[in-house]
Design a protein around this ligand. Structure first.
Ligand code: PLP
Length: 433
């Protein structure tokens, strides 16, 4: 059986184990760049970047300075009633850098989850249609709207149901579903047939408000949709007047080697959701998109008192400066090339390494057993050993190593990180773990 097929067949076991992420227990005291130090004074290389929320590294001096200055000036005034200089500046900046040559609006929130809820609201208000289409393997957040669009782990939705009605899932074109020898285009067209199936059987396209996708799935395993598939889905939304939204919360802001993950596809979505690294990890999120869509929602329908908070806005402006000045998207690309070579070479050497996917400094490395099935136990052992050796890492879906270090990691720190991972790999291969 081919490795990828067997991963799919074991999906339910795989998902049931997905939230076993507390492999070790540390209390972080402080962080600097690509390292964090725990309360006992032990320093670790951070291979997770706080779940891709610190692309600019921990406590970047420019971000800290901006936060300090803004906190001395104004900590909070709710943008629900009055704007403030930092937040107003951020609106203009985000509108100018988001993909798409059209007039844009920006709506703030406090988390990636509420940004995705807002996208559902905007799309429904604009189209006056009820249904929402999203993808298997997606993670859009844990508020009810965003959770109802997600489909990555049973443990996230268990005891929470029923979720929002009208949320339809179609299969994401996950590498693991690719048949042996199938080209990108063949795979895309076969998966697009599956996308269309609901529309041909029970879901009238003119009742669908929104299609939301992660151009590269994060929690789903760092899985990238092929270009042709994305084009076909995008064109379908154009033909049927459906809002097309991309979730950039995990994969945006330089992570994939481009500013936005959707820049890898040359498509300008109607709406994007941004969060996590936007303010170097301070609570801030935004929906950025077509003005006419965002103006269709009456103001009180998407208000949080602290959304667009001035300190978070100042942090976001400094974060965007750092991403630009330090060319972090290019840096992500360069670091990713080196990391990819390491993991691909390792996959040739060790048969417990299955599929290796890196898009920028952003990797998912499947760990499999002798039959090619997801191996949660081996993954757990690896992660624990990597921790003992001085680097922190977690898994996605239980058996995929998640490799998303801060984009400011130095070459020396990357070499050190890869040496640690290599040691853990060789010890696992030698039966020492
Ligand atoms: N969207 C994506 C793609 C994510 O990866 C996440 C978080 O992991 C979210 C949304 C939710 O963001 P938050 O945890 O800030 O609510």
């Amino acid at each position: 059986m081919d490795k990828n097929q067997s991963i799919l067949q074991n999906e339910s076991q795989y998902l049931a184990d997905a939230t076993r992420i507390n492999y070790f227990d540390i209390v972080i005291d402080h962080g600097q760049g690509a390292t964090v130090t725990d309360a006992d004074g032990k320093t670790y290389l951070d291979l997770l970047a706080s779940a891709s929320a610190t692309n600019t590294g921990h406590s970047h001096p420019k971000v800290v300075e901006a936060i300090t200055k803004q906190a001395q000036k104004l900590i909070q005034y709710t943008p629900a009633y009055f704007s403030n200089t930092a937040t107003a500046k951020l609106v203009d900046r985000l509108a100018s850098i988001a993909p798409g040559d059209f007039e844009k609006e920006v709506a703030f929130g406090n988390s990636g989850s509420d940004a995705n809820d807002a996208i559902i609201k905007f799309a429904r208000a604009y189209t006056k249609r009820p249904y929402v289409v999203s993808f298997t393997g997606a993670y859009h957040g844990s508020t009810f709207g965003s959770m109802s669009m997600s489909a990555v782990s049973l443990n996230m939705t268990r005891k929470m149901g029923p979720l929002l009605p009208g949320m339809v899932k179609v299969p994401y074109p996950d590498q693991h579903q690719r048949r042996t020898g199938e080209s990108d285009d063949e795979f895309s067209e076969r998966m697009f047939e599956q996308f269309r199936l609901p529309f041909e059987t029970y879901l009238p396209a003119d009742e669908v408000a929104l299609v939301e996708i992660e151009a590269i799935q994060g929690d789903g395993g760092i899985v990238k949709a092929p270009q042709r598939y994305m084009d076909l889905v995008y064109d379908f939304t154009r033909q049927h007047g459906i809002v097309f939204a991309v979730d950039e919360v995990n994969q945006g802001l330089g992570r994939t080697g481009k500013m936005w993950s959707i820049d890898n596809f040359g498509i300008a979505p109607d709406l994007i959701a941004v969060g996590k690294s936007i303010a170097s990890g301070l609570p801030l999120s935004a929906v950025i998109g077509r003005k006419e869509i965002m103006e269709s929602l009456d103001a009180p329908a998407n208000v949080y008192t602290t959304a667009g908070n001035p300190v978070a806005a100042a942090a976001a402006l400094a974060t965007l400066d750092v991403i630009e000045e330090e060319k972090l998207a290019d840096r992500s690309h360069q670091l990713g090339i080196k990391a990819r070579k390491f993991f691909e070479d390792a996959a040739k050497k060790y048969n417990f390494i299955g599929d290796v996917r890196l898009y920028g400094f952003n990797g998912g490395i499947d760990i499999v057993d002798a039959d090619g099935r997801p191996d949660v136990k081996a993954t757990t052992k690896l992660i624990y050993r990597i921790y003992e050796l001085g680097a922190i890492m977690i898994s996605l879906r239980g058996s995929t190593l998640r490799f998303q270090p801060p984009l400011v990691m130095t070459d020396a720190q990357l070499d050190q990180s890869l040496a640690i991972i290599d040691q853990a790999f060789s010890e696992l291969a030698a039966g020492k773990l």
